[in-house]
Design a protein around this ligand. Structure first.
Ligand code: PLP
Length: 419
């Protein structure tokens, strides 16, 4: 009967939905803490948390209370009027990110579109003030910024762009962490350099200090903007509110989304006062962006992260997780690299077949992880993760890698997801 429910839903989706997702055959119904529970009552240790969304885990009473309270008063009003939530949230975010102003929307890709529009408008403003600055963007190889047209054009992998050609022109890609390539491609034609301090979908690749320093220096030399996409690496995941804070650099614009509103759709674009000069009434907007419900929940999420010291937990448990992965790499030569910061971690293995097999075997052991960029096992667990959960995951990986070595890594079903 219960299996039929999954089968029925699968059959209905196959008929009714656009075929955009290769879903795993799991039907989730609820969750508690770090576990998500399927329709058969089976608990899964979720080391992916949506894709980096459920920072406080599942069934968090503070989030539930914030949703209940706000839903009893006001869920939506248009941006033609005031409500108390946007300024309260903007204050919290700008203080923590070291920015001056905020714009709210509903997703990561929208936050990124706003950032791109700010860059073009800011360059236009500078030109009107007599400066020489162009309209082109420098993005990075392996970048991922979203699925809408501007975001897609600044996203590196051809598979995301090619079917939709022609994409927005004026984007050039720099080799990741290649300072010489960055210098060679930068000119007064560039209105913004686009970075992720730690690339997410591209394979959990931390930028080098030297690269980000040079990006900051070059942008400042012409008035171009340095824009940091923190949609995956921000909001505390790496142990600081923003991953760029590990580098001591200050971008002109940053974007947030994923965990921002505790699982409700929300994005934010934050910028300096200098950049904010470029926008005026009517230049940008959103029907749902910054609605009372999402704002109230986002404020509650930030307060809860601080009250429960979850940045410190992300650092401590993340360091432990990374050290355990590194120890695993010593024992299993199939792991070729371990990288990341806080609770944004990866173990790269030596073949895509092996990576897919490990994800599938972890799923059999009721542990959710995913594979990105072919060979990279990605871990984006909730910030409430404890060492005991890490131990469970490491023991499972150890067992799987041992089995794979014995059977020479024969592949099973491939489960890949991006985001
Ligand atoms: C770094 C980064 N930017 C942008 C996006 C797009 O966000 P969304 O899927 O909410 O549009 C993602 C999504 O995975 C992301 O990881």
């Amino acid at each position: 009967m219960k299996l039929t429910k999954l089968k029925e839903i699968q059959a209905a989706e196959t008929r009714l939905l656009l075929p955009t997702y290769a879903r795993n055959p799991l039907l989730f119904e609820r969750g508690k803490g770090v576990h998500i529970i399927d329709e058969q009552g089976e608990r899964y240790l979720d080391l992916l948390s949506g894709i980096g969304v459920n920072a406080l885990g599942y069934g968090n009473p503070v989030i539930e209370a914030a949703i209940a309270k706000q839903s009893r008063t006001l869920i939506h009003t248009s941006n033609l009027y005031f409500h108390a939530g946007q300024a309260a949230l903007a204050l919290r975010l700008t203080e923590r990110a070291g920015m001056d102003r905020a714009f709210f929307c509903n997703s990561g890709t929208e936050a990124w579109e706003c950032a791109l529009k700010l860059a073009r408008a800011h360059a236009g403003l500078l030109r009107s003030e007599g400066k020489q600055i162009g309209t082109k963007f420098l993005a990075l190889e392996q970048s991922f910024h979203g699925r809408t047209f501007g975001a897609m054009a600044t996203t590196y992998k051809a598979k995301y762009r090619d079917p939709f050609e022609p994409v927005m022109p004026g984007v050039e890609f720099v080799r990741f962490n290649d300072v010489a390539d960055l210098r060679a491609k930068f000119s007064s034609e560039i209105c913004a350099i686009l970075v992720e301090a730690i690339q997410g979908e591209g394979g959990v690749n931390p930028a080098t200090q030297e690269f980000l320093d040079e990006a900051r220096r070059l942008a400042s030399s012409t008035g171009a903007l340095l824009i940091a996409d923190e949609i995956q690496c921000g909001m505390g995941r790496t142990g600081k509110w923003c991953a760029y804070q590990h580098y001591g650099i200050h971008p002109d614009v940053t974007t947030l989304a994923k965990p921002l509103a505790g699982g409700l759709p929300m994005g934010a674009t934050l910028c300096t006062e200098e950049v904010a000069r470029a926008f005026h009434n009517g230049m940008h907007g959103s029907t749902f962006g910054g609605g009372p419900l999402a704002c109230a929940v986002a404020c509650a999420v930030i307060d809860e992260i601080e009250k429960e010291h979850l940045l410190a937990n992300a650092t401590a448990v993340g360091d432990y997780f990374k050290s355990q992965l590194s120890a695993l790499a010593q024992r299993h030569e199939q792991i070729v690299d371990v990288r990341g910061m806080g609770l944004m971690l990866a173990a790269e293995v030596n073949s895509a077949e092996l990576a897919n097999r490990i994800v599938a075997e972890m799923l059999k052991r009721r542990i959710l992880i995913n594979c990105t960029s072919g060979t990279v096992l990605r871990f984006l667990p909730p910030y409430i993760l404890k060492r005991e959960h890490v131990d469970i995951a490491i023991a499972a990986l150890d067992e799987i890698l041992t089995e794979c070595a014995a059977s020479n890594g024969a592949p099973t079903a491939a489960y890949a997801a991006e985001g």
